[in-house]
Design a protein around this ligand. Structure first.
Ligand SMILES: [Zn+2]
Length: 190
């Protein structure tokens, strides 16, 4: 089984799609279990160790995402700049992408200039129109994640994935863990 649960003392889990606090306004996951491909998990642990060595923690918003959940997000926001078209497959459905932020040692999220999943131009990397401290915080996360082997997403400061993600297969919705709520599965995913 390639998927492993994220469980590390320097990583907090705040799975937004298991709550109503996400862009659809309602829960998508039935269980708040964060899973990653074992290769991605090893790279995330490396990043967590780099963060901890500098007095920070990682806070994960999303990891492996079943394809039916991708359909739900796509229906809520059908913009390929921010949400992968489920017909093409998301890097999250391959278990090799993670959405996250940096927190202080006592778990307070750092200011990144915009919120997670805020679909605006200010969420892009290398913006000059966000506060300098937020820009420094983004650069800190970028340095930690790329140093641990992750690639960034130009439109989303919170998204990182392993290089060449298509070498990993899309994983089925029957994977254990972040199972979908039955009522949330749209017809297109069946
Ligand atoms: Zn993402």
């Amino acid at each position: 089984m390639p998927l492993k649960e994220i469980n590390h003392p320097a990583i907090d889990i705040d799975l937004r799609y298991a709550t109503a606090n996400n862009l659809t306004g309602s829960p998508i996951y039935h269980h708040a279990v964060a899973l990653l491909h074992q290769d991605a998990l090893a790279a995330l642990v490396h990043a967590a160790e780099l963060a901890a060595a500098q007095g920070f923690r990682l806070c994960v918003f999303d990891a492996y995402r079943p394809s039916a959940a991708q359909w739900r997000l796509w229906k809520a926001l059908p913009d390929p700049k921010f949400v992968a078209d489920p017909r093409m497959g998301s890097m999250h459905t391959r278990g090799v992408a993670v959405d996250l932020t940096l927190c202080s040692a006592d778990g307070v999220p750092l200011d990144m200039g915009t919120e997670f999943d805020e679909m605006t131009a200010q969420s892009r990397h290398a913006r000059c129109d966000i506060a300098p401290q937020a820009q420094r915080n983004r650069c800190l996360l970028l340095g930690i994640m790329t140093g641990a082997g992750w690639d960034h997403h130009p439109h989303e400061w919170w998204h990182y994935n392993l290089p060449e993600p298509t070498r990993y297969p899309k994983l089925g919705d029957q994977m254990e863990g972040a199972l979908l709520m039955d009522a949330c599965v749209p017809e297109q995913a069946l």
